[in-house]
Design a protein around this ligand. Structure first.
Ligand SMILES: Nc1ncnc2c1ncn2[C@@H]1O[C@H](COP(=O)(O)OP(=O)(O)OP(=O)(O)O)[C@@H](O)[C@H]1O
Ligand SMILES: [Mg+2]
Length: 283
């Protein structure tokens, strides 16, 4: 069964999409060098804006409403997810479910009135979980049914946090939502994979103070930070993950060496995620 990671924080612009895309691509690259089966990664973008899909398959990321993620969420029974899946541009073992912005916007309005509204994504993707090592779910910046569907589908939640005073707001509500999903929707196993400081600007005086506060508040749960770098902005506007935009120079002892800080930091995230989620090899 796949390890399913929801990248979530209802605060906008904290690096959810950047993290979902680069974690998915980084895991796909890591799996290409491992004798593991399955060795594929699936990226699901529950944000109607489809920015995550644009980064991995620009031009092929959209589909007609009935062949899109929106149909999986609102139709009863859901259409076949296997038939929808497409391959990303730069990594043969990275797959995605195309979406349709208008249909997804409509779906978001309709879901609250549908039966089993919180479990619709989980039910739709259940048939393919054995085909993937990892499923990464990007979520929109709202604590609504789309986010709850992502949490219910997940085994782990990865929480990007911007280290600013405003960046900490909303964490309590997110933790409460995760608690409610565990209790009321019977997902006791849902784990917080970690808090990921993103968009860190070391020169800003409050950053270290906030990182210290986060380390004290969430001992053992902090992941190594991602700094603010132009590579991540340029990669996204070039519709690429950072490993494609600034490829690692070499790969030694399972570690990627790169001149780009962004590539290095996202490869370290991949290592940390693998370490925290790894299951015994099934060849
Ligand atoms: N480490 C970083 N360095 C520089 N720019 C970054 C970094 N992370 C994200 N960005 C940029 O910040 C903006 C917001 O990032 P992103 O889209 O990943 O956040 P988000 O949490 O998904 O936003 P939303 O809540 O709107 O979905 C984007 O323009 C992105 O390119
Ligand atoms: Mg986003």
């Amino acid at each position: 069964m796949a390890i399913v990671i929801a990248v979530a924080n209802q605060k906008g612009g904290v690096g959810k999409t950047t993290t979902a895309v680069n974690l998915a691509a980084g895991l796909a690259i890591w799996l290409q060098h491992e004798a593991r089966s399955p060795n594929r990664v699936l990226l699901i973008d529950t944000d109607p804006q489809t920015h995550a899909l644009m980064a991995i398959a620009f031009g092929r990321h959209l589909a007609a409403p009935d062949g899109s993620l929106a149909a999986l969420l609102i139709e009863d029974p859901p259409p076949s997810v296997q038939r929808m899946i497409r391959r990303a541009e730069h990594h043969h073992n990275l797959h995605f479910i195309p979406n349709n912005t208008q249909a997804m916007t409509d779906a978001r309005m309709r879901i609250p009135s549908l039966m089993a509204r919180e479990t619709r994504l989980a039910r739709a993707i259940e048939p393919i979980l054995d085909l993937y090592a990892y499923v990464i779910i990007d979520t929109p910046p709202t604590l609504d049914d789309l986010m709850i569907n992502a949490l219910v589908s997940a085994t782990h939640v990865l929480i990007p946090v911007e280290p600013s005073y405003l960046g900490l707001s909303g964490l309590k509500e997110l933790q409460a939502a995760i608690g409610q999903v565990r209790r009321h929707l019977k997902r006791q196993d849902l784990q917080i994979l970690g808090y990921l400081p993103t968009r860190c600007v070391t020169q800003r005086s409050e950053v270290q103070e906030i990182l210290d506060y986060l380390n004290e508040s969430f001992p053992g749960q902090m992941l190594s930070p991602i700094h603010e770098t132009t590579d991540l902005i340029y990669a996204h506007s070039a519709h690429m993950d950072v490993f494609t935009y600034r490829p690692p120079r070499s790969r030694q002892d399972g570690r990627l060496a790169s001149a780009s800080r962004a590539t290095q930091e996202y490869s370290r995230l991949v290592e940390e995620v693998v370490k925290r989620t790894l299951r015994p090899v099934k060849v």
